[in-house]
Design a protein around this ligand. Sequence first.
Ligand code: GLN
Length: 527
Amino acid sequence: MGKGLTSASLATNLQARGFKVKLRKLDPYLNIDPGTMNPNQHGEVFVTNDGAETDLDLGHYERFTGVNATKNDNITAGSVYQNVIKNERKGKYLGNTVQVIPHVTDEIKFRIFNDLKKIDFLIVEVGGTVGDIESLPFLEAIRQLSNEMLKNQTIFIHLTLVPYLKAADELKTKPTQHSVKELRGIGIQPDLLICRCEKRISKKDKEKIALFCNISSKNIIQALDVKSIYDLPLVLNKEHLDERVLFNLGVTKYKKADLKNWEKISLLQKNPKNFVNIGIIGKYIQLKDAYKSLTEALHHSGIYNSTEIKINWISAESSKTMKSSFKNLNGILVPGGFGKRGILGKINSIKFAREHNIPFLGICFGMQLAVIEYAKNVLNIKNASSSEFNNKNAENIIGLMTEWIKDGRNVKRSIHTDYGGSMRLGSYKCVLDKNSLIYKIYGKNSIDERHRHRYEMNVKYEALLNKNGMIISGKSPDKILPEVIEIPKHSWYLGVQFHPELSSQPLKPHPIFNSFLRASLKHKKNI
Ligand code: GLN
């Protein structure tokens, strides 16, 4: 439906008026975090600087507002219940029967306000759909909150769908009426409605919704489908969303919204001068959300370089069709991933990029497989592998690091560690070699990037790789963990253990993607 993008766009509008805004997401599922979920089901896992595995909406929040999210900004039912049960075991409820109301709802309310720095507005997005069993405690908690706070301190914004029936050439307001009725049944009267629609909502329809939903028609905002999500801040501003929010909160003093940056982006995306084909070889290509930050990062550098990027999704598992799909590619990208399935397809595409001098970017798993490909086909270590694949008699170039250091703390990992939340997560420093492509890209030798991986390249292969044309051009400050690999003789070949896509923003495209895109443009000119 677009709750995440709408929340993020509202935040940008309030920022454009000079306010400080923070966004938080309540997720009703029972997982502690989405870290162990299949990306095909739930979309990508967004990793914050402080190492939390969170919902992909937090990625939208960061990209739109430029404000880094933290582990406290994603509140899942799983983590709420986990805390309540922990407290119960500790005897903290002093013999009381532990119940959804008040114990679970209290925990939710506590978490909503926990660790908030100075802000003017907090936008709390409730995941799921009104009527879901799971979201009830969350809706009840926000109902209580608004009751406990001053009248002008909170408002409820409800996003609904106003479908268009082609055969009848008519917009239908009934689903909106029903979901508002459902909400009111649990004690929440929305102050504002944002109606997602593909056709304009007439004044008459707005009045009808207003009447049935007990909302002033001025507070009914239409959210027409947009071509690009980065048009949303402008589109919603035109519909006066932020003004209505401020009015309902009794805020009368505010400046005119300065949306120049968004206007610039909107203009740039409409008139690209160039065009490139980038191939992404992945396993979760059925659901585009599984690679959300990645496609956004490519799009950001596309905007910045006035280039339209056509993404060719290539299934890592259907190697037969692959050769033909490689033909028109100007750049090949192998993104992060997990597990054995599809590795052959990925390795083959890396080999193709390497042998045909096509710009190649390998991210995390993509970097690990690039090293394995090189070891197999150039160093002639035919059984080169990663311990992730559990192959007997394999030579594991990529393996499990049993310990590393973060914040002066030793974190031990072994095959017996829990699967969830046990990776090298979040922002870590990486030191770059001066004489390298990666150094040229960043223009400095110390960088911080976000990580999410369990396995590491074994640094003992460095000399052998080096002798044969592949270099390690970035390492952890203690020099134990390889972070970047390159082939200096190749036109543009880069593997990074971290995830640059997580920190790319439309107003601040990531230098790696900019460089990759320029190399791909150059490749296109040369063929
Ligand atoms: N599966 C690999 C690991 O755990 C890579 C992870 C990733 O690509 N995010 O190290």
